[in-house]
Design a protein around this ligand. Sequence first.
Ligand SMILES: Cc1cc2nc3c(=O)[nH]c(=O)nc-3n(C[C@H](O)[C@H](O)[C@H](O)COP(=O)(O)O)c2cc1C
Length: 361
Amino acid sequence: MSLSDLALPLVKKLPAEAAHSATIKGLKLGIGLPNIAPDSWGTEVTLPRARLRLANPIGLAAGFDKNAEVHRPMSRFGFGFLECGTVTPKPQPGNPKPRVFRLEEDQGVINRLGFNNYGLGYFVRRLRRTPPGSNCPVGANVGANKTSDDFIADYEAGIAAVYPVCSYITINISSPNTPGLRGLQGKTALQDLLTRCEIAVKSAAGHSTAKPVFLKLAPDLSDTELSDIVQTVRGAGAWLSGLIISNTTLDRPADLSSVNKTESGGLSGAPLMHKSTKVLRDVAGELFGEFDLIGCGGIASGADAYAKIRAGAHAVQLYSALIYHGPGLVAKINAELAALLKADGFSSVVEAVGADLPSRA
Ligand SMILES: Cc1cc2nc3c(=O)[nH]c(=O)nc-3n(C[C@H](O)[C@H](O)[C@H](O)COP(=O)(O)O)c2cc1C
């Protein structure tokens, strides 16, 4: 057990955002960190379209390390990959506090942070100073400033700036806490976004092979909206590797019991598991084999990760469960996943990807 896990009971006594700040400070000090090799479980996987090799499929979701300050210490907990950000071109404070709430009884979290971050300049300097380790790719999740009058220009600026310092890029158009941002998931806006981002990616890549790019979606999409997204994404060229499904939800399931359930913002953690996996499975039903899918939302166990893999994800990400269980959870999830794969007779992760899809039965 690492010092971070031992400190968890103390950190949990703090309000949610103060607990997060204390955790980031502790990680920056780097005391008592474990050093778990990400290839400890024999669960390596390559995302085929992205050509991204991961030592294991368990990643850290965006939002934990918004300013790319602790990816090195976090890589020591056994993650297969990490995602920093969301970073916006200019620094911005985000919404007034309090803005992060634990839903302890439901193992959920509600946040309305609103992309609080130090901006692209700081983010890029951090990643340049401590580049991703070769065995743990680091993605850069880019977003738009709240006051921007051209959201897409912010993504273009983000891509140009982070491109040289990251392993992959995520275009985040699914935060519910920046008014108007989710509108970029609409057909015409998405087409415009993809066209302009393609130019930005190709210009950043120059003559070299372009780095992988993912689009991160919300789970709150109607069937029509989802089918428009699928059609638009299908029209994108090879530069777009895949989709991350999903961000937080604005839904409030009827069975939530925590007092904080009435707070506004995006809900994540256990109450999001079912919904985000359903959207993943629906999209995989259309795009499996064409685009790489990364499953995110509500993962707290090897069984949860396995369910997303069977629904069509080559890799998964988590954040909220770390708030309740600490980063020691990553090794546990990896070990459980390896055991589940073995029990079902799969000799690799890739054999299990999409196993629940009718097209693979
Ligand atoms: C406190 C908090 C902050 C987040 N910030 C971001 C963010 O900046 N960018 C982003 O793409 N997702 C952000 N997310 C969403 C997560 O990356 C993830 O998509 C979502 O929480 C579902 O995964 P989980 O249930 O494992 O937490 C945030 C989530 C939480 C709980």
